[in-house]
Design a protein around this ligand. Structure first.
Ligand SMILES: Cc1ncc(COP(=O)(O)O)c(C=O)c1O
Length: 389
């Protein structure tokens, strides 16, 4: 019997400890494993190569993403960087132009040193994507919805272009999680996560996950994981397993609030623009509807300038003002100096990451309280703007 997603979050074959019946995966704090003889090795030998607690998490993400294998890394960037190690010198990567700032930094400042080239393109346009594939392109890298401007890329369309040219498709699925979007089902080869965000959900873990469908790619990524060694530790694997169990209730409730907040901001006269893929007038709405089952809990909005954004940040009482997203508490952030600080200002402007842009990751607080907080903070922005004229 195949279970629905919400049931899978709570019941995995590895969750019940075979020895004791404990309903939570034990914390296997062991770096090494006793072997029977010089010829007989058990399933584990050294925890960089495999650890039962981490393995329970890896099997879970593989199942949730409808993949063959899963891999847990020390951070989202460790997952992304390890996936890029599938490439070799001389290869080229085609990348969505608005990706997370750390991914941008890895591609522009690290991969280039290993002679792996890149082109940033508007991946919302499939023709542009196909036009920019080069003979040495090996990976098309997608982030959808993108961080922080929530642009939508057609995963299935990109995966078709990639296959036609013999390239792999990588998808950063951090914003949607497998609850709302399953890139492997849409033809992607590697799905990547900053599990620091919605998957763990409590701002208490830094972690990364990857899932793949193909056995050959799984073997290659397993080899990289063991060779590069940026594995997730035992305690963090356990915390992430615990956080995952409530993913569905958390994300559904936060997404419901985000929709109401996006509508409130859209109608507010001081807001220049709201970026939210749940709006029927969002440029990528129809593609997003086709490939995802929810709009998510992150939205961005634009005030006219940095000073107005600063007034709002200081006036808001409920959200924490911090880097990161996808937690039980709402998180307000300023992409220009936080998530996208690694991008030069001119590149940020090109991607719509302007000085008045704020990103809100909606948590589990009462929706009305959040709207009331935003309303009073925007009143203060209005008062500040009146003083300026
Ligand atoms: C979309 C996206 N991908 C990847 C990352 C990197 O993940 P981590 O911070 O866990 O290394 C982030 C972090 O903010 C992100 O937002």
């Amino acid at each position: 019997m195949t279970h629905h997603f919400d049931t899978k979050l709570l019941h995995q074959p590895s969750y019940i400890d075979k020895q004791t019946g404990a309903v939570n995966v034990p914390l296997h704090y062991s770096s090494t494993y006793h072997q029977q003889s010089i010829d007989e090795f058990g399933p584990y030998d050294y925890s960089r190569s495999g650890n039962p607690t981490r393995e329970a998490l890896e099997e879970t993400i593989a199942d949730l993403e409808n993949g063959h294998s899963g891999f847990a890394f020390a951070s989202g960037m460790a997952a992304i960087s390890s996936a890029f190690m599938l490439l070799s010198a001389g290869d080229h990567v085609l990348v969505s132009k608005d990706v997370y700032g750390g991914t941008y930094r890895m591609i522009t400042e690290v991969l280039t040193r290993f002679n792996i080239d890149h082109s940033f393109i508007d991946m919302t346009d499939l023709n542009e994507t196909a036009r920019n594939v080069q003979p040495n392109t090996k990976v098309i890298y997608v982030e959808t919805p993108s961080n922080p401007t929530l642009n939508i890329t057609d995963i299935e369309g990109v995966a078709k272009v990639a296959k036609a040219h013999g390239c792999l498709t990588f998808v950063d699925n951090t914003f949607m999680t497998p609850l709302y979007q399953k890139p492997l089902d849409l033809g992607a080869d590697v799905v990547l996560h900053s599990a620091t965000k919605f998957l763990s959900g409590h701002s208490d873990v830094v972690a990364g996950l990857a899932a793949v469908k193909d056995e050959e790619i799984a073997a290659q990524l397993k080899f990289i994981q063991n060779s590069f060694g940026s594995i997730l530790g035992v305690q963090d694997s356990w915390l992430l397993l615990r956080g995952l169990k409530t993913l569905s209730v958390r994300l559904k409730q936060s997404s419901d609030s985000a929709r109401k907040i996006a509508q409130f901001l859209h109608h507010h006269p001081l807001i220049d623009e709201v970026y939210y893929p749940g709006f029927s007038f969002h440029a990528g709405y129809h593609i997003h509807q086709r490939q995802s089952t929810g709009a998510g809990a992150v939205l961005s909005f634009r005030l006219p300038d940095k000073k107005s954004a600063g007034v709002l940040v200081e006036a808001m009482k409920i959200p924490v003002f911090a880097v990161s997203l996808g937690a039980v508490e709402s998180i307000l952030s300023y992409p220009a100096t936080m998530s996208h600080a690694a991008m030069p200002p001119s590149e940020r402007e090109l991607r719509g990451i302007t000085s008045g842009l704020l990103r809100l990751s909606v948590g589990l607080e009462d929706t009305e309280d959040l709207i009331t907080d935003l309303r009073q903070a925007l009143d203060k922005v209005g008062a500040y703007q009146t003083l300026q004229v």
